[in-house]
Every structure is written in C-alpha cells, then in structure tokens.
Design a protein around this ligand. Structure first.
Ligand code: F6R
Length: 369
C-alpha cells in the first residue's frame, strides 16, 4: 500500500501532483461558478462579507497563510489567519459579515472545531476546507470545499497541505468572480495557470536527487534556519515545522526581512540557512532584497541552501547549494517551493534512522484541546 515507496510520507509527497489535480477537477458549474461539495452559502452573504478569517492549526494554518496573498489580491477582501486555539480567547471581532474558513485535513482537530462553533455563535458563515469526508468540521460548517488529497496516513502533512492551498485559491477565484473583481477571461487565465501546477510539482519530484543527497549528509546538524519573504514566508515556517516533526532538529522559519531585526545574531560558521528566493520575474525589488539576505548570512559563515526559479543564475551565484523549481505565477509558487523542503525533512529524518511516518509524541489528529 506504500506503492513501492519506503514510507507513506514518501508516497504522499509523490501523490501531490494528483492531489492538486483532483482538488481542481470538476469544480465549476455551467456558469463557471465554484461548486461547494456540501451545504449552500447564499451568494448574497458572500457578496456582503467584509472580512475573511482563516482558522486552523499547524500545517493547515500555514496553508491558510500561503493562500491569503492570493485571496486578498484577487478579492480585495481582508484576510486574517488565526491559530484556532488562539482565536476564541482574544474576543475576536466576528459578525454576520465575516466569512470564517476552517482548514483541516482530519476535520477532527478539537481546537479548530471549538473555534468553528465560537464563530457560528457570533453569526459568522463557516466554510470548511476539509480532507476527511463526513468529519466533524465537514458536518458542522455551513458548506464544505473538500480537498481531494485521499487518505493521508503519515503523521506529517504533505499532500493535504498543497491541496488546502489549492482549495484556498479556488475559493479566492470564486469570491473574486462573484463580487465582480475579475472578468471571465482573467478567471480562465488563473484556472489554466493552476491546471499547469501538477505537472510542475511532478518536475520538482523528478529532479529531487540533489536535495535528497544534501539532506542525507546533514544528519548531524543541530539547527537549521529557513528564510522566506512574501509567499515564501509561510513556506519557511512549514519547512521548519517539517524538520522539527520528523528529524527532531531545532528549526526556525523567519520572514527574511526580519533577519536584521534579530535572528541574524544566530548565524555562525557553517549554520545551514535555507532561503526561498522569489522569482526575478515578480517584483524585482523582492528578488534583490532576498538575495541581499542570502549574502548577509553567507558573509557571516552560513551555508546557504537556496530554492529558486529555474534559470535564476543570479541566485545561483550566492548559493552553496541551489534547488530549482519551475516558473509559475508568484502567488502559486508555494505549491512548488514546499516540495524540496518536505523531501529534505524526510531524507534527513531517514538518515537519522527515524520512523518518518510516526514521529515521536505526535498523533495524526489532535482530538483534545
Ligand atoms: C504537521 C501536521 C499538523 C496538522 C495540524 C492540523 O505536519 O500534521 O500540524 O497540520 O495538527 O491538523 P488538521 O489539518 O487535521 O486539522
């Protein structure tokens, strides 16, 4: 059932092109509108919402952070992403004009369930982005958009994560169209860019030998830092979480712009630092700013492991190791950049002899608060 892979996690990493493709498939009705899988939310409600709050935990919350840039850009609706267990305790400002999006693979995370109930009590509409059919969040939400990742067995989430981001994009596209922010041809362009993502993930998988080799040689590292900016920031957080969970190595993800405000003090000789470099085709200033960060840490002795777009020869000049992902629209690049980091954590943990499917102290779904 591992399909010839050494672990469920490795299999699930390789399932990602299909997980994204399946999450995208057959979503639009004859009018080109998104079909929710269960439940109905009145279009009038969706046209009148003035805020979106994403509630989720762990990796699912990073999926929310990664999707947020696109949802805000396409819809012009403010999006907050809040950890479910923090949400209820800050007296959140929620009204009938708030759309709460609860993201959960299992649909059984108690913290997220409690936050959904709290939001509903305040009058919010709740849409679940859920993987497990018929789970508690799927049942209790006003409507559900299922991620079609299939069963995720490994404790560490991989294919659910990319499917959650994909579902977030679909929701953003739908809201943008519904509210008249985007014209049909723009929607078509976004959807065809999304349709091209599975083959690009496949390409990352097919060219992953270098990251596997580097990871296998790093079993003795004690701490690894991850830097990202804009859509790369949540991916830095996710890369660090994967490494903590699987390899039991201390890891931190930072917003690259934050480096000079403190974290750069951590950098010493041979400190491994992953940096997710934005596409040079995006905002030029971001590409060069993140490359300056690479140079800053390298000047202090860091070993720089850079994830960059294919053909980015400038990034290659500042990298001790470089791992390429295919070009894609900037807002969609999280779906590609996370893959080498998942493989890195998997291989490093395997090199240490750990059980990558069942890391210590963790359960697949956290059904207590
Ligand atoms: C990380 C991981 C956890 C879950 C989190 C939420 O690899 O698996 O951080 O993402 O516990 O779980 P769900 O999505 O089931 O609500």
């Amino acid at each position: 059932e591992k399909g010839g892979f050494a672990s469920f996690m490795d299999k699930e990493i390789h399932d990602q092109p299909a997980a994204v493709a399946d999450t995208l498939r057959g979503r639009l009705d004859a009018q080109g509108r998104l079909k929710l899988d269960e439940g109905v939310v009145d279009e009038y409600v969706l046209k009148s919402i003035d805020k979106i709050i994403v509630i989720a935990c762990g990796t699912a919350s990073y999926a929310g952070l990664a999707a947020r840039y696109a949802i805000e850009h396409w819809t012009r609706i403010p999006v907050e992403v809040e950890l479910a267990h923090e949400f209820r305790y800050r007296d959140p400002i929620v009204s009938v004009k708030t759309l709460v999006v609860a993201i959960s693979q299992s649909g059984e995370t108690m913290d997220t369930i409690m936050a959904v109930r709290h939001a509903q009590q305040q009058g919010a509409t709740v849409i679940g982005i859920v993987n497990a059919q018929g789970s508690t969040i799927a049942r209790e939400a006003d409507a559900v958009l299922y991620t079609r990742a299939g069963p995720e067995i490994a404790v560490a989430s991989t294919k659910a994560f990319v499917s959650q981001i994909t579902a977030g994009f679909l929701l953003g596209i739908y809201l943008a169209e519904l509210r008249g922010n985007k014209f049909p041809d723009e929607i078509d362009a976004l959807l065809s860019e999304l349709d091209a993502i599975p083959a690009k993930i496949q390409r990352v998988l097919d060219t992953a030998a270098p990251i596997r080799e580097v990871a296998a040689s790093m079993a003795n590292e004690r701490t690894v830092l991850f830097l990202g900016r804009h859509v790369g920031f949540p991916i830095a957080l996710e890369g660090a979480l994967k490494l903590k969970e699987l390899a039991y190595i201390h890891a931190e993800g930072f917003a690259a712009g934050e480096l000079k405000h403190g974290p750069i003090a951590l950098v010493e000789q041979d400190q491994p630092v992953f940096v997710i470099v934005p596409s040079p085709r995006g905002r030029e200033s971001l590409h060069s700013k993140v490359l300056s960060n690479v140079q800053e840490v390298r000047a202090r002795g860091a070993r720089t492991l850079v994830i960059a777009e294919e053909g980015d020869t400038v990034a290659a000049q500042h990298a001790d190791e470089i791992f390429y992902v295919p070009a894609a629209p900037v807002l969609m690049t999280p779906l590609l950049c996370v893959v080498p980091l998942q493989i890195f954590a998997l291989e490093l943990a395997a090199a240490k002899g750990y059980d990558v499917d069942q890391p210590r102290n963790l359960a697949k779904s956290v059904t207590v608060e």
